[in-house]
Design a protein around this ligand. Structure first.
Ligand SMILES: C[S@@+](CC[C@H](N)C(=O)[O-])C[C@H]1O[C@@H](n2cnc3c(N)ncnc32)[C@H](O)[C@@H]1O
Length: 435
């Protein structure tokens, strides 16, 4: 049985807990908010969009927040830049037409309310992704999670987290926090786009039994978009030649979900979103990237914490990523750990902080080949920290070692090292500053 432990994070998006890694997949304060703040807001989109094509590598795709946030941000802020309700003519005549898509994406003070009806799409001012060329390669070992990515809901209001079937001490403190944050939302069209891409590229998507069971389990229905799930079930019934025309209600359901899919398809075409190239690889990221010949403009690195998943944070892994980054490309990650930053630097990267405007503090790391792209350089204190024991990095010479072996090796290196301990460095730094 596949272990699936969802809950609602404080921004109304779904978060997950992994019992094997004993780690959360997403920040409990807001899974989608975190994706925007760590992976999207630090990107200079105006420069990026001057390129003929954009290549993105999403390492540890999970349920896809980083890729979907990227596409959603582009869609809402660029593809629809000059689109407004004002210049649209509403003709809602199709009785099977799905509800208008309402998006209220007001992170970082950017308030925007957008209503798109199937018959009210204006194409005059749309930046067409077809002429831009967007290629996204997403990697994750967990196929079931990747396949669930197009169904996951965001922006859910009045969330309730009562029945947990896992140890949630780690997230409880966030969930009981009364300060809810804004409700960003992924446009359903973006979810449908991912659905289509996975369906086109992965033969076993519709057949996957775990995905089907999770989507249709009564414990989990609240976490998934019912329209896309309905369409998935329809395709699955067709695949197994199950007659879904037994009764009137089944016939109406089929017509309804078929129409929903047709509406989405039309919209994808109108916005040329179907030209976006999305490729999913379900294997160890090291294996996939070793065989990859691409150079990327953006690399999202969203692995579990270094102490749980060191194989994706080693010096050798960063050297591999260095070979796959464009000269003006960027790696973005949530980690601020000294060992990670030191490994990045040793692999040849320039490194800087990601500044989180909402929290008013640094909350991640940017690695580039071009120093001029660093907006918030590391402080004198942070640079000194890299030279202490905390800066000793993980090693994985052949890029094949197990996490346990990588951890063990670093632990023994830290133990035997005569570098300054982090606590001693902290004390020393404070006393020198006082003088
Ligand atoms: C913190 S979660 C990523 C969350 C994700 N970005 C999202 O939006 O849902 C870490 C992910 O790393 C994946 N993972 C663990 N080891 C991996 C490996 N060696 N290669 C690729 N993916 C791995 C896990 O399956 C998990 O989905």
């Amino acid at each position: 049985m596949y272990e699936f432990h969802p809950y609602f994070t404080n921004d109304g998006s779904v978060g997950l807990f992994n019992t094997d890694f004993d780690d959360i997949y997403h920040s409990a304060t807001g899974a989608l908010t975190e994706a925007y703040e760590k992976f999207i807001y630090p990107v200079d989109f105006d420069s990026l969009l001057k390129k003929k094509s954009i290549k993105i590598l999403d390492i540890c795709y999970g349920i896809g927040y980083n890729t979907k946030s990227f596409l959603n941000f582009l869609f809402e802020n660029y593809f629809l830049k000059n689109f407004s309700e004002k210049n649209s003519i509403k003709i809602s005549s199709n009785k099977y037409d799905i509800e208008a898509i309402h998006t209220n994406n007001n992170l970082a003070g950017k308030e925007k309310i957008l209503s798109v009806n199937n018959d009210t799409i204006h194409t005059n001012n749309i930046i067409k992704p077809a002429s831009l060329g967007i290629y996204i390669r997403a990697i994750d070992t967990d196929k079931v999670l990747s396949y669930l990515s197009p169904f996951v809901r965001t922006g859910v209001k009045n969330i309730s987290n009562q029945k947990f079937n896992f140890q949630y001490d780690k997230i409880n403190k966030y969930l009981t926090c009364s300060k809810k944050i804004l409700h960003p939302k992924i446009n359903p069209l973006i979810n449908y786009l991912i659905f289509e891409k996975i369906q086109d590229n992965c033969n076993d998507f519709i057949e996957n039994g775990d995905v089907f069971s999770i989507l249709n389990s009564k414990d989990f229905v609240q976490y998934f978009d019912s329209n896309i799930r309905g369409y998935f079930n329809l395709l699955r019934n067709q695949r197994y030649n199950k007659s879904s025309f037994d009764n009137l209600s089944a016939i109406l359901h089929n017509i309804y979900y078929r129409n929903i899919s047709n509406c989405y398809k039309k919209r994808l075409k109108t916005y040329k979103l179907q030209d976006i190239d999305f490729e999913l690889k379900n294997d160890d990221a090291r294996k996939i990237i070793l065989k990859d010949k691409n150079l990327y403009n953006l690399i999202f690195l969203d692995a579990f914490t270094p102490s749980k998943c060191p194989c994706l944070w080693s010096y050798e892994f960063f050297k591999l990523l260095f070979e796959h980054l464009e000269p003006d490309g960027m790696i973005l990650t949530y980690s601020t750990s000294a060992s990670i930053r030191n490994a990045m630097q040793a692999a040849g990267f320039e490194i800087g902080n990601i500044y989180n405007e909402r929290l008013g503090k640094f909350s991640g790391t940017i690695a580039t080949k071009d120093k001029s792209l660093i907006k918030s350089p590391l402080s004198e204190f942070d640079l000194g920290l890299l030279k202490t024991k905390a800066g000793i990095f993980y090693r994985d010479e052949n890029l094949t070692a197990l996490n346990e072996a990588i951890l063990e090796r670093r632990n023994s290196e830290v133990k035997n090292s005569d570098k300054m301990s982090t606590s001693h460095y902290n004390k020393l730094y404070k006393s020198v500053k006082k003088v």
